[in-house]
Design a protein around this ligand. Structure first.
Ligand SMILES: [Zn+2]
Length: 402
């Protein structure tokens, strides 16, 4: 652990990053069974999803903190090394709230002996480096079938991929979190027939796989979470209906750890940003909101926030390793919904994005590497809504939140 800490510190001093990953790598190299040892005696809640895992994990951590110290991989270092660093930094904590990469969930959940698994959604993301959605669901399904009966699974009833994967688990609580992107679950994961979707949810006309009844869900007004014991009012500082869905599943999970839903919701309401997501700052006199849109599903969620906004829309695209080097996913985002909105286009792959947005009918005010150049064309007093994908977002967060 001392070697890991030294590596983390060296990374920070050299300005290479926040050091959580390199420190964890060093520790796991020296002791491959470190996760088992560090998590022994800890009550671990593991959260995974394509989108929303950082926010949901943060909610769970804040709620658990009402009961005691929590080990939490706050900065999104969500593979084994980041988890090792988070556990090593909080060795005495009785609780751990861990965000875990979708592909690494089975191994990390097993190594940490997670008491609870929170499974929210699966959709296309970084297809050049990750797995296809069905392959991830397959891996989760194998994991679920092997879980001991004391492991509690909290799973989103609205995502057919998640339901198909989780239903093999012996101990499941279904939560209605919603699903805003259905393109990766148009077909039944069991038999391949086209799924039917209606008010009641989704179902397969051929094999009968269907949305299970949810014990916890978001009320139609999005201002309450319905729990098995009744409705709890909720007013998050975080925007979006999708975050109320994240809160519903977080509340269900922490109740199993002994935090009452009313108390959990109070803890969730105190969160105003999640490692830079939704943060507000001032850029050249323009109030700027930073949003993460890193794949078709997360961009679709952001549309709920940017569509009604009066701010100038600033879109930012990179295609580095951590983003996925193939930016063709932008053609899957339904940008047509935002036409004929005026927007600024930025980032290393701005020309790819500009072609996409032009085709969708948006009015392109300008194109530049630096998204904050948009301030030059914004009206006086007009805000900026900056939607950036992963590495672009990280850079902007570092500039806005020193
Ligand atoms: Zn079917």
């Amino acid at each position: 652990m001392a070697a890991g800490r030294a590596a983390s510190m060296a990374s920070r001093l050299l300005g290479r990053g926040r050091g959580q990953v390199i420190g964890g790598r060093v520790m796991l190299k020296l002791d491959p069974r470190l996760l088992e040892q560090l998590s022994a005696g800890m009550d671990v809640t593991a959260v995974s999803a394509t989108n929303g895992k950082s926010t949901t994990t943060r909610m769970i951590a804040e709620a658990l903190r009402t009961r005691g110290p929590v080990a939490h991989n706050l900065t999104g270092a969500n593979m084994a090394p980041g988890v090792a660093t988070a556990l090593a930094d909080h060795r005495k904590a009785p609780y751990a709230a861990l965000e875990i990469d979708e592909a690494h969930l089975p191994a990390v959940a097993k190594a940490t002996g997670a008491a609870r698994l929170v499974l929210i959604n699966l959709s296309r993301d970084q297809l050049d480096r990750g797995s296809e959605v069905k392959m991830l669901a397959e891996r989760w399904r194998q994991m679920a079938a092997q879980l001991p009966s004391q492991t509690e699974v909290f799973a989103n009833a609205d995502d057919p991929m998640v339901v198909w994967a989780a239903q093999a688990a012996p101990n499941i609580t279904w939560v209605g979190c919603g699903q805003w992107w259905t393109e990766d679950s148009a077909l039944c994961p069991e038999c391949g027939a086209a799924l039917r979707r209606d008010q009641a949810g989704w179902s397969c006309p051929r094999c009968g796989l269907a949305r299970p009844p949810a014990e916890w869900f978001v009320a139609p007004d999005a201002a309450h979470i319905v729990t098995p014991a009744g409705a709890v009012p909720i007013r998050l500082a975080l925007p979006g209906r999708f975050n109320v869905g994240n809160a519903a599943i977080a509340a269900a999970a922490v109740q199993a750890a002994g935090v009452a839903p009313e108390l959990a919701v109070k803890a969730f309401e105190r969160i105003s940003d999640v490692d830079g997501r939704y943060v507000r700052a001032c850029v050249d006199g323009h109030e700027t909101r930073l949003l993460l849109g890193k794949n078709p599903a997360s961009w679709t969620e952001m549309m709920e926030l940017v569509a009604p906004s009066e701010a100038l829309l600033v879109t930012v695209l990179n295609a580095r390793g951590a983003d996925g080097r193939d930016p063709s996913w932008i053609w899957d985002v339904p940008f047509e919904r935002l036409a004929p909105r005026r927007c600024w286009v930025a980032g290393e792959r701005r020309f790819d994005l500009a072609v996409r947005l032009d085709t969708a009918g948006l009015d392109i005010a300008g194109v530049s590497l630096d998204p904050f150049d948009a301030a030059g064309v914004a009206a006086e007093g007009q805000g900026l809504d900056v939607v950036a994908n992963y590495t672009a977002f990280q850079e902007l967060r570092a500039r806005l939140v020193p």
